[in-house]
Design a protein around this ligand. Structure first.
Ligand SMILES: Cc1cc2nc3c(=O)[nH]c(=O)nc-3n(C[C@H](O)[C@H](O)[C@H](O)COP(=O)(O)OP(=O)(O)OC[C@H]3O[C@@H](n4cnc5c(N)ncnc54)[C@H](O)[C@@H]3O)c2cc1C
Length: 377
């Protein structure tokens, strides 16, 4: 088990961060509408970078600080507790580049990623390839020094703001479906790329359709080897699913705290039904905290990318977010549809937590087959 007490160095790191956050964290919450929120968060992420707070556990030669997962988790927790907006969410794309990218690719792409100078999106899902991702049909045809890519992606988060995309495409249609896929770095500003935002139930158009019409991608933009795309996709998704970011848990704790305050303000703390709902949500948040710590222990001990066990984190995180936001609606009632709709929007957004990064059912299948090794069929 890990020792949860800070070492002298960790305590100093935490103090330095707290002091920095006091002076630099935005005093107000991110704006409601997506384009303004995007601008606000980009400015925040750049400020974090200037302060030396991005890529905390990334190698120094690519712009990181070369510290460990403990410092990374201290950063996430402190941000959560300071009520500061979350840090940039690029780890699940940067980490596979660190593992599979060439030295040139790492030098070229990682520093601007850390500085939020170039934004990335993830071009995996297609209209007929979500859970069955290996069934993707976007084609990349070799032509001299480049691949020519045609097809369609969907649900591509923040593609309308992205400069680059980690794209999966089929380079060998004759190979078994998992073997014929290649990961490519796509310049989103290339001729032939069309991005069409899709509205979500929250009203935001956060994800997009991306149409690719004979888009040229230089061969030097292949990540890993041609045909290695499936392995790279699994690594990327493993980073996206888990280990769960303890910053999420800190945010859920704060959400619960605000809900408890609201319930108290309305005298609901004396209502047994409200108390039960709050207690059950508090237990879920605490269980998630313990799972975060367990995952963190595994990450400290392992130099390897995370494996299928991250599906536990993903399931638990989605369930906790959904339970919490449902509790808010149950306690605050129809008022959540009136003046301040943030509680209701949080409830709607939480529905997506059991879909993005692979659905709840797919996480259960992964755990059954790859972790518990249960018989198939
Ligand atoms: C907010 C959000 C952001 C996203 N961002 C991105 C992104 O940036 N990039 C990207 O590439 N994708 C993104 N996605 C897409 C996401 O990865 C897919 O939606 C997800 O993998 C499910 O695929 P699908 O929507 O095609 O559903 P389907 O695969 O069609 O699944 C439909 C239903 O069938 C169930 N099902 C399917 N197969 C099985 C099975 N074998 N066993 C049991 N049940 C099964 C599923 O659980 C689901 O309930 C995002 C999705 C959301 C909601």
């Amino acid at each position: 088990m890990i020792d949860l007490a800070d070492t002298t160095e960790e305590a100093a790191f935490r103090q330095e961060l707290r002091a920095w956050l006091q002076d630099h964290a935005p005093g107000e919450p991110p704006p409601e509408t997506l384009p303004e929120r995007h601008r606000f968060l980009k400015a925040w992420h750049r400020r974090l970078h200037e302060g030396g707070w991005t890529g905390i556990s990334w190698p120094t030669q690519y712009g990181g600080r070369g510290l460990g997962v403990i410092e990374e988790s201290i950063f996430n927790v402190e941000l959560g507790h300071a009520e500061a907006p979350a840090g940039p969410h690029f780890g699940y794309i940067g980490r596979p580049l660190l593992h599979y990218g060439t030295e040139e690719q790492k030098q070229r792409y990682l520093p601007p990623m850390l500085a939020s100078e170039e934004l990335w999106c993830q071009g995996f899902s297609e209209p007929d390839a979500g859970s069955d991702l290996a069934g993707l049909s976007t084609r990349a045809v070799e032509s001299g020094e480049r691949f020519v890519v045609s097809g369609q992606k969907v649900w591509t988060s923040f593609a309308q703001f992205a400069d680059l995309c980690l794209l999966l495409a089929r380079t060998d249609p004759t190979a078994p479906k998992h073997a014929g896929i290649t990961a490519l770095i796509l310049d989103m500003h290339s001729p032939g790329v069309t991005v069409r935002p899709l509205a979500m139930s929250t009203g935001d158009a956060e994800f997009c359709e991306v149409f690719l019409d004979e888009v040229e991608v230089p061969k030097e933009n292949v990540v890993g080897n041609v045909g290695q795309g499936w392995e790279i996709a699994l690594t990327t998704l493993a980073y996206e699913r888990g280990p769960v970011d303890i910053g999420f848990q800190a945010r859920f704790e704060r959400f619960l705290g605000r809900l408890v305050d609201e319930a108290a303000r309305r005298g609901g703390k004396d209502d047994p039904a409200v108390r039960r709902t709050l207690a059950s949500a508090a237990v879920a948040v605490e269980v998630l905290r313990l799972q975060c710590l367990r995952s963190l222990t595994t990450r400290i001990e392992s130099a390897e990318p995370p494996g299928p066990e991250g599906s536990v984190d993903k399931l638990l995180m989605a369930a906790t977010e959904q339970q919490l936001t449902k509790a808010a609606l149950a306690i605050l009632g129809p008022e959540t549809l009136l003046a301040d709709q943030s509680w209701f929007k949080a409830y709607l957004y939480a529905r997506s937590a059991s879909v993005y990064g692979g659905t709840r059912e797919i996480q259960k299948n992964i755990l059954a087959s790859r972790v518990l090794q249960l018989p198939q069929g």
